[in-house]
Design a protein around this ligand. Structure first.
Ligand SMILES: Cc1ncc(COP(=O)(O)O)c(C=O)c1O
Length: 457
């Protein structure tokens, strides 16, 4: 047991602050996942379904959602805050049914960014899988089609709150009978991968004030970026937004909600990091202070934290096919994997995302080596170097008996599926859902025919 604990520590498993609390090492030194009393042995799943493979864990989705709601509710009560908390899941983060339904079943609301995402809401509604109590916030550019569907679902009795993001949308939504929101640009710089110099969404605060009273205005919304590096960035944005809120509220008595968008980060690199409890406490105290000073009732709070909920709910497994030497570099070898970073973990390429990686078997290997990983497309950018550092993994030649190595990459549940592609016509990984001890295939391995069909063959 002591050996197992040591191995878990070495591979950074079993830590709540790293979101690896459900992961551990079996007595055979293999990667396991614990769902209550159920246990999944990842090596066994790999034998059954092959690689590349994605395994999603809905129980982690549910747990993360419920914990977040509980955290907000705790601090709301603790600080005698008068507003309520509503979580809206931003569907763009991962639209797979197996990821969205667990959240809906636990009571989460939704946020859509396009006609097609809202179309999924209609589909759920038509299949009676959607309680009309659930509220949908509609962001993203409002095309005629999108506006039409917003109107249609509103008339069917759903609570659909479109967010006005520019003056065209303001005009288009003037006659909308339901509640609306408005998005403000935040003239604030925070530390995040995705923070852009020029925000093309939303109106400047002055432009919003100039509109005077906005009919049925319910929500003030902003979104400053994703994977916000430090807590300060989140809190500064909240403070600024609360100041805009109190000013707007004076003209708009129907306004009662502040939607703080997404942005809560995930500790991909398994290093010390701010946590939800401390940031939520600060969010609530900040809004409370600004509102109390101006004697404005506390708004309800909406959070659209997508990456935070979803990233840790899926792992991706690759097989190491072989190694190749690297010349003229401090890291001396490639491990070539049977999947593709460029296709299925595209953030590796687009935003130099860092991932936590551990072996699936041979977790006790004594001989470790430092490598870079290369994907199986014939593109030199299809690789992962941990930002020019290295990835520590067992040496291939020393594996006990089985001679091959599978590796698990953590936190692949957010954004990677919607952004995935078919460079070099590689097939997407198989996707398995692990829940209540049962494994179900959500997406089987694409055949050549199926991939060809996507390109008109
Ligand atoms: C409007 C809006 N809300 C929420 C999100 C989710 O952000 P995150 O996944 O960083 O929480 C995004 C992401 O781009 C967004 O654009």
């Amino acid at each position: 047991m002591i050996k197992q604990k040591k191995l878990e520590k070495f591979w950074k498993l079993g830590f709540e602050e790293f979101n690896t609390q459900y992961f551990g090492v079996s007595k055979d030194n293999e990667l396991i996942v614990r769902e209550g009393n159920y246990q999944y042995n990842i090596a066994d799943i790999v034998v059954k379904f092959g690689t590349p493979l994605e395994i999603a864990f809905p129980f982690i989705i549910e747990k993360r959602y419920l914990d977040l709601v509980q955290t907000f509710n705790f601090h709301i009560k603790d600080q005698e805050y008068k507003g309520r908390f509503f979580y809206h899941y931003p569907m763009k983060v991962n639209q797979n049914k197996e990821f969205v339904l667990p959240l809906i079943s636990e009571g989460a609301n939704l946020e859509t960014s396009s006609y097609n995402e809202l179309w999924l809401v209609r589909k759920l509604w038509e299949q009676n899988q959607f309680h009309s109590r659930i509220r949908v916030i509609c962001n993203g550019p409002k095309t005629e089609k999108y506006l039409g569907l917003i109107q249609e679902l509103k008339e069917k009795g759903l609570t659909i709150i479109p967010i006005i993001e520019d003056m065209n949308e303001y005009e288009s939504l003037k006659n909308y009978r339901g509640e609306v929101g408005i998005r403000t640009k935040m003239e604030i710089k925070i530390k995040s991968h995705w923070n852009k110099k020029n925000d093309r969404y939303g109106l400047a605060p002055e432009e919003i004030y100039d509109l005077g009273r906005i009919r049925n205005l319910k929500v003030l919304h902003y979104h400053v970026g994703s994977q916000t590096t430090d807590q300060k960035g989140i809190v500064e944005a909240v403070e600024k937004a609360a100041e805009i809120y109190v000013r707007l509220k004076k003209e708009n008595p129907t306004l009662d909600t502040l939607d703080i968008g997404g942005g809560m980060a995930v500790p991909y690199e398994k290093k010390k990091h701010y946590n939800a409890n401390s940031v939520v406490k600060k969010i609530i105290s900040t809004i409370k202070k600004v509102c109390d000073e101006k004697e404005i009732p506390h708004p309800n709070i909406v959070a659209e934290w997508g990456r935070y909920i979803m990233a840790p709910t899926q792992i991706t497994i690759f097989k190491v096919l072989c190694e190749k030497p690297i010349y003229n570099s401090v890291v001396k070898k490639w491990y070539i994997i049977d999947g593709s970073f460029m296709n299925d973990l595209i953030d590796t390429w687009t935003v130099h995302q860092k991932w936590h990686i551990a072996p699936v078997t041979n977790m006790d290997a004594e001989k470790l080596t430092k490598v870079w990983l290369a994907g199986s497309s014939c593109d030199s950018d299809d690789r992962y170097t941990a930002g020019g550092a290295s990835i520590t993994l067992p040496k291939l030649e020393d594996l006990n008996g089985n001679g091959y190595l599978n590796i698990a990459l953590f936190d692949s549940g957010a954004y990677q599926d919607p952004l995935a592609s078919h460079h070099c016509l590689l097939s997407s990984p198989v996707k398995i859902i692990a829940q209540n001890g049962v494994l179900t295939v959500a997406r089987r391995r694409e055949s050549s025919e199926e991939v060809g069909r996507l390109f008109g063959w």
